[in-house]
Design a binder for this molecule. Structure first.
Ligand code: AHM
Ligand code: MG
Length: 324
């Protein structure tokens, strides 16, 4: 597909490339809602202390982790815009234990999982953070709660946002991966990264090296091999690390640890959406043993090890982790 990047807004892009595709019907409304929420979160991120969104609320979330004020503000914003889009039946947010059900009409047939503010430890220090979205169809034959745990490969689309030196919204469907930069003058998202693919060459590896001693022997060997051949980049915000590796060529790991075999990251709103983006961009995403998208979820908030990025590098790393 050849796309002109001459000031194509995200709405024009979706209209031109998605309309007429039955699988994507209504997805433009969901993405528009995400874009609206992103503008609001972008404003909060920019204002930061001035908008009183730094620091913690003093509470812990369903994961037992400290909740930041921006986590709550971001979650409230995305739940609101998605619920009001008219096309979403339920939203599952990292920050909310139970799904937020907005309705069950014929049009409300998407289920959206979101990590509304990813990279919480970087919020207070003006370092890049993000938002992540996995988008499924509701099963027409079942109730909302019966269809919340859709098989991962049935994901229709995914999206993420990087709030960095610019704010970039990346969407992925089976038709490809495209990036849109927020023009803060017009508040439009403009197509700036059409048809994103992982570069052939893998330059970077991203892992929390401070956890090395917590890894089993094969995983230590896999990390040592990456250390010996690639440059290390680790922001500590999954979206930021993934986005850089997607554009520049790299591999991200948050493996299971001896005392935490499922690692840290969440399957449904971190690993799955970015795994979908990675596969559509020619990359790969694995847990310790299988492609992330082959996992059948059992719990909306479950965790998984994650190895994500350039396909050849991911496959070789997983083979070593399995004792190969
Ligand atoms: P969060 O969703 O609470 O922000 O936690 C997830 C984040 C990821 O963005 C990042 O990859 C990881 O936690 C970093 O963890 P660590 O500080 O253990 O390296
Ligand atoms: Mg998060």
């Amino acid at each position: 597909m050849s796309i002109s990047t001459e000031r194509w807004s995200i709405s024009e892009f979706m209209e031109s490339t998605w309309s007429g595709d039955a699988e994507l019907e209504g997805l433009d409304a969901v993405i528009r809602a995400i874009a609206d929420g992103t503008r609001r979160v972008h404003d909060l991120v920019q204002a930061a202390a001035l908008a009183d969104v730094l620091g913690t609320t003093g509470e812990t979330n369903v994961q037992g982790e400290t909740v930041q004020k921006l986590d709550v503000a971001g979650s409230d914003i995305f739940v609101e815009v998605l619920s009001k889009s008219g096309w979403v039946a339920a939203v599952v947010s990292e920050e909310v234990e139970d799904p937020v059900v907005s309705g069950d009409s014929a049009e409300q047939n998407f289920i959206v999982y979101t990590d509304p503010v990813d990279g919480s430890s970087n919020i207070d220090v003006a370092v890049t953070i993000g938002s992540i979205f996995g988008i499924w169809r509701k099963d027409p034959g079942g109730t909302i709660s019966e269809t919340l745990l859709r098989p991962d490969r049935e994901q229709v689309a995914a999206a993420y946002v990087v709030y960095g030196s610019s704010t970039v919204l990346v969407t992925a469907t089976r038709g490809g991966v495209n990036g849109f930069t927020l023009d803060t003058g017009s508040s439009e998202f403009i197509l700036t990264h059409p048809d994103i693919r992982f570069p052939e060459k893998c330059q970077y590896y991203s892992v929390n090296e401070g956890n090395f001693r917590k890894l089993d022997g094969p995983t230590q060997r896999a990390v040592t091999r990456l250390r010996d051949s690639l440059s290390l980049r680790y922001v500590g915000s999954l979206v930021a690390d993934f986005h850089r590796n997607l554009l520049k060529g790299g591999i991200f790991l948050y493996p299971g640890e001896l005392e935490r075999p499922n690692g840290k990251l969440r399957l449904m709103y971190e690993a799955n959406p970015l795994g979908f983006v990675a596969e559509q961009a020619g990359g790969a995403a694995y847990s310790a043993t299988q492609p992330i998208l082959d996992i059948h979820p059992e719990n909306p908030h479950q965790r998984t090890p994650l190895i994500l990025g350039n396909k050849a590098e991911v496959e070789q790393t997983v083979a070593i982790m399995q004792g190969g």
